[in-house]
Design a protein around this ligand. Sequence first.
Ligand code: ATP
Length: 858
Amino acid sequence: MENININWGKEPLTKGLSEKEALEKLKKHGFNELIKKNKKGPITIFAEQFKNLMTLVLIGAALISWFFGERADAITILAIIVLNSILGFIQEFKAERSIEALMELSAPGAKVVREGKLSHISAKYVVPGDLLLIEAGDRIPADGIVLECTGLMVDESLLTGESVPVEKKPRGSDRVFMGTISTSGKAKVVTYSTGMNTEMGKIANMLQEIPDEYTPLQRRLAQLGKYIVAICLIICAVVSITGIMRGEEPYNMLLTGISLAVAAIPEGLPAIVTVALAIGVQRMYKRNALVRKLPAVETLGSTTVICSDKTGTLTQNKMTVKKLYIGDKFIEPQKDRFPSSDAVKLFFTASAVCNDAFYEEKLMAEPESSGDPTELAILKAAWTAGIKKPNLDKEYKRIHEIPFDSDRKRMTVAVKRKNGESYVFVKGAVDIILGLCSKYYGPKGEQPMTYLDMKNILSANERMASSALRVLGAAYKKLDGSIDKNSLEKDLIFLGMTGMIDPPRPEAAKAVETCIMSGIRPVMITGDHKMTAAAIGKELGILTSESQILAGSELDKLSDKQLEKASGRIAVYARVSPKHKLRIVKALKASGHTVAMTGDGVNDAPAIKEADIGISMGITGTDVTKEASSMVLLDDNFSTIVAAVEEGRIIYDNIRKFIRYLLSCNIGEVLTMFLASLLYMPVPLIPIQILWVNLVTDGLPAMALGIDPPDNDIMRRRPRSKKEGIFSEGLGLKILMRGIAIGLGTLSVYALMLYLTYNDIQRARTCAFASLVLSQLSFVFECRSEHRSILKINPLTNIWLILAVLCSLGLLLMVIYVPFFHTIFDTVALRGIEWIIVVSMSLIWTIVSVFTTKKKRR
Ligand code: ATP
């Protein structure tokens, strides 16, 4: 039997390194991290802008122009390429950096002992010689030798491929390795190598290839892009060939075809989607939700059920002991102090020895405290009855322990007292502990426990639980020297129980209400007692007269099919363990839900992985759950999930907005050219004009739409279905119709001007160009909402859009009125009457939309 004394409430075993030593070692050995080889630098990102097909086509066009002696054309096209690339670079660089910075934040941490104090640092700063503490669910930050441990099991599959966890012993020879995961137990470890010198470092090159992660929407858009390219190329070929057949110059028609292809293909779309996602991720971070996997941003918007832990997420995790039940009676504190009778003292001794927290009151200073709130609450209450943790630590030495976990719902220690006596102390869920006891501490001291006694204790437990108290029992027995692990928890004597309050978070009830309003079902999943869970559930509005509560033991009796059917009604699951969580997620998914599920402990990882959105806790979560999750709640708070869902919906909405804008405009442009060629008209727009529209009118406003503030009904709609495509709810048709309208409008202006000016092509083209730009710029405001007319949206709420539109308008006027540009863009200055025609034609569809936009709610 290994001799352990791991009780790192306050006093870690030794002092560990000093900060000065650590700093020196850090300088010598470098950061404890694996060096990434394939990180994209700014130059690579810039160079990649030229790799895209459209840019290559444009470069080809510039070369052709140069070859044909059209130097001005060639230079303008080159300027457009450079501008386009710079824009693309800025977008991508910013998106990449901001996501990288966020990833840094979710980097694993380490618990080190330095200068005798336990501190949490980023794993990056661990140095050889550091003393590390490892607990269940930690990712081991560096290679080290196990000094002390209890029940330490390590999953080394990353190194060995062997998925069964390996047991470690503290013989000084067992080692743990960077990147592996402790699945249970605790240990103290001294580090011997870090960074690239670790076993993981040696094989790091093989692990470098982390593929880029694309969201389903990004993948679908890439697919769509391919179809659009194919269609566009055919159309462009038709336009060019019919032009040449009509006798237009081949050079002009070649360039027209190329420019049209460039304008028509929404090559900027994936980039804008990425930027919109990156901005969304940043906004979520500001609201305390750290997104780890980009696809989560999209899925969040279609969440229909949020399954949340209770303690710390819906409640504050600020526990205070309110009541005791010892010797068949309830005991409440008098003037904040519990009586110090023998029975109370014995109960508190058991609960405080079997406890990893630390609490010490000081004269003239704040109390010193650390550890789990439930355990801390017991120590505080014990102090008032004269049982002090620091004294107990000197008196009792831990020789064996089974740490608390949510499956066993109890913690057990075997201790040796200074006087040589040995004891077992257990604390945990009352219903579980009672099953291990044959005696109890009654009014007359230790006595056998009859069936009636047990019933009395259970009903006292329920009374406390139904007033929302969290109840923990304690039991003990004296050992006759040796420890037999098999009988350690048998024949115990039940000592009593504490009831503690854990008030709901003040913002939780409001967040639950928002959930319900937005068609999302909040579900509470807790390890706590059914009655406690019901009381809190009702207080928060999760459990109502229409919904039900189910206990883990009842859940065990249901088949998967039965659970799937029942899951529609159940709002609270109580006394569940992590394996139940997995079944609950599966049942909800099978009944068609998009499930968000929270978790913190190591055993929660499978359920989190299975959920559509796995959510881990930033403060109390283990490394393993964080890594399995797609989002981390930095404040462990339920309302943060609801905020993240809202952001998810906003982002999706905004993506729909600019897709609507960009595709409608592109269809308009292609159609103008295509119809003109079918009608044997001279080309309405020259290549440079098309490229200008593509860059100035399409790009800037679309980006501004990507950061549009939300529609005010965003959290009053039903969740979007996961299966729904981006063009659902008639968006595809709307895009098509508007594209046709823009195309016909532009063409009509062109034809009318040709007629009125007796074929002054230059003037007619300038009018068509202005008309195309204006109809797009007025349309962009319509794109801000699918359900409200343009008159109902305050334009001032998106200043960026106004700036983008003003900028485009300014550039349009410049091209039309500054003589220098006349030669490049083949434009002329327009007169008043021409503007009247252009403006009225461009605004006609916007006016029509005011009357036709249907107010519709999902
Ligand atoms: P959640 O609501 O987040 O699931 P919970 O606190 O309700 O959290 P668990 O932490 O799994 O659920 O606790 C389940 C039960 O185990 C509690 O009702 C309590 O009786 C017991 N328990 C909790 N913490 C400890 C502890 N530190 N030591 C012993 N028993 C504990």
